[in-house]
Design a binder for this molecule. Structure first.
Ligand code: XIL
Length: 349
């Protein structure tokens, strides 16, 4: 399947190692059949689905042992395969995610961990949130003691698309239970309390370049920062060659940088209707901008290894196709090269 061929092209992670980690999302089968490819190119992994609440929350165990307040977590073979791959190969892991309106079971919010019952109170939900976070970090530590868990998305997609503020009741069970944003602050407080040393805590969102939404995210991040419970902002960055234009994206990128927090690009992909040169240029511009942040950008993750595996149903959005490098890969690999050549020339003279 071309694993060995791909290793003949230079490694993304090595090319950018002076600046930031280069990451990818992976699904669990992939670490088996494309393991060599992944090891060659990436120094950070985000499990595509395998650490989401619906993958790790265990309803039966919660009902049996949870006393209505202590949700139990367990890892299936898929989650284990990815975390083991990271631990064994020294690849850092981004955890994704705790607080999200999506891919989170309804029973998690309901009495007796039973989807057919009513919502629990805020007080009970606080205990559940705290224990969910505590149990997850504890399980990771006990099963994978040598894993480099370097970042975690504590909250994902809490905002509406258009700058209209938080995702409201009816669109988020978190908001249904709480009616206000205290679950966000509590989630970060608990994560701060239980996260292992070195694990940085992130507020992650999508369409983050829409100006009004950028402002929503920046305001919340600043409030969390005042309390010392956030480390960084995650930009999902699901883009297309038609929208947004790169200036709009960069304006947002720089506004996020203005908070002084760490930045990670967490889910980059760029769909195209066939203009692969424009796609390549956008990828290049974003990687280039990442090299110019004086270390503020800590990782740049693409949401998938190869076009065929992308969650986006069309648009060839990644750097590889059939695990073979595309124009976008080659453009990205020109970032910084001229400067290095110049430096070398200067040294020789
Ligand atoms: C996507 C996965 O890639 C799909 O496999 C899954 O069916 C749905 O979720 N924003 C996120 C990611 O934060 O978790 C989403 O991942 C893509 C959008």
């Amino acid at each position: 399947m071309g694993n060995s061929l791909c290793q003949q092209v230079p490694s993304l992670k090595d090319h950018f190692s002076r600046y930031f980690r280069v990451g990818t999302s992976v699904s669990s089968p992939e670490v088996g059949y494309a393991g060599d490819f992944i090891k060659h190119h990436f120094s950070s992994i985000t499990p595509e689905n395998e650490l989401k609440p619906d993958s790790i929350l265990n309803q039966g165990a919660s009902q049996q042992w949870g006393g209505n307040v202590n949700p139990q977590v367990s890892f299936g073979e898929g989650t284990r395969a990815i975390l083991r791959f990271c631990e064994q190969n020294g690849i850092a892991l981004r955890g994704h995610t705790f607080v999200w309106h999506s891919q989170t079971p309804e029973w998690f919010f309901k009495n007796n961990f039973d989807a057919n019952q009513g919502y629990v109170s805020k007080d009970i939900m606080n205990l559940r949130l705290e224990n969910f976070i505590k149990n997850t970090f504890a399980l990771i530590k006990s099963e994978f003691p040598n894993l480099n868990l370097y970042a975690y998305d504590v909250c994902n997609e809490v905002f509406l698309n258009d700058g209209g503020g938080y995702r409201p009741k009816g669109q988020s069970r978190w908001m249904d239970v709480y009616g206000d944003d205290s679950f966000i602050f509590n989630g970060f407080r608990y994560a701060r309390q239980y996260a292992p040393q070195g694990c940085k805590l992130f507020l992650n969102d999508y369409n983050e370049y829409i100006p009004a939404k950028t402002n929503n995210i920046v305001d919340l991040a600043n409030r969390l920062k005042q309390q010392g419970i956030i480390d960084g902002i995650g930009l999902q960055s699901h883009l297309s060659t038609d929208y947004p234009d790169i200036q709009t994206y960069m304006t947002a990128f720089n506004k996020f940088r203005g908070t002084g927090l760490m930045i990670m690009i967490t889910e980059l992909d760029i769909t195209t209707n066939g203009d692969f040169s424009k796609q390549a240029q956008m990828f290049k511009d974003i990687f280039q901008a990442g090299t110019q942040t004086s270390g503020q950008l800590h990782s740049l993750t693409v949401w998938g290894t190869t076009d065929e595996r992308s969650w986006r149903s069309s648009g060839h959005p990644l750097l590889f196709s059939n695990y073979q490098p595309k124009e976008a890969y080659f453009q990205v690999m020109t970032v910084g090269v001229k400067e290095e050549e110049k430096e070398e020339t200067n040294l020789r003279h």
